[in-house]
Ligand binder design. Structure first.
Ligand code: ZN
Length: 214
């Protein structure tokens, strides 16, 4: 059986199982969504967002790109953030990186690894600044894998900071004091998520933006 035929067959089995467990589930989901969080993670096939959190359909609004980057010049991620905040009014944004991230490793390893992949280079090249800014502390690590895992954590924190600087997030903080921002790291080797950093709207955030906008 072809891989894709297996997927279609499994889909029928999944839908039947879901309906057997909860006969109204698809009727409910068909009527609309009210997810609790926007989830931004890497495309890596080993990081299936809903599965690793035991989340149900309808609970996570998901965007994935290589190395889970938030770039204000990327219309894809920015449109997802806009919709999540202004249409769905999510309470949380979770940036979930993962140890052993190939995108991070490519950015650390330099041009050679990415010569044949110009679009990936254009996307993850922005990480070079982050790597350069932490060059001294990265020199402490002798193994490339340890260096990668450290940059994975730095990257998640950097993306949370980027989110905190976006006008979309600032406007939402001023209007409703949400979302709370979270930086998490998933460990492929253990299946566990570490909570690395979080950032909630403060009074100063909300008032500062209101003043700037008036
Ligand atoms: Zn990755």
């Amino acid at each position: 059986m072809q891989f894709t035929d297996r997927l279609l067959l499994e889909n029928r089995a999944w839908a039947a199982g879901m309906q057997a467990a909860d006969p109204e589930i698809f009727t409910r989901l068909h009527q609309g969504q009210a997810p609790g969080a926007l989830w931004i993670s890497c495309c890596d096939s080993r990081v299936p967002a809903e599965q690793i959190c035991n989340a149900s359909p309808g609970e996570l609004f998901i965007h994935r790109n290589i190395a889970n980057l938030v770039n204000e010049h990327d219309a894809n991620v920015m449109s997802v953030i806009e919709y999540a905040l202004n249409a769905l009014e999510v309470e949380h944004i979770i940036v979930c990186g993962h140890r052993g991230c190939g995108g991070i490793q490519a950015a650390i390893s330099g041009d050679e690894a990415l010569n044949a992949l110009p679009r990936v280079e254009a996307h993850v090249g922005q990480l070079r600044q982050l790597v350069a800014a932490h060059a001294n502390e990265l020199n402490r690590f002798t193994r490339l894998g340890d260096k990668v895992d450290h940059v994975v954590e730095l990257n998640v924190a950097a993306q949370v900071e980027r989110l905190a600087g976006l006008s979309l997030v600032r406007e939402s903080w001023a209007a409703r004091r949400a979302p709370t921002l979270h930086g998490w790291v998933y460990d492929l080797a253990s299946g566990q998520i570490d909570d690395v950093v979080s950032r909630a709207a403060t009074d100063a955030d909300a008032d500062g933006w209101r003043r700037a906008a008036s």
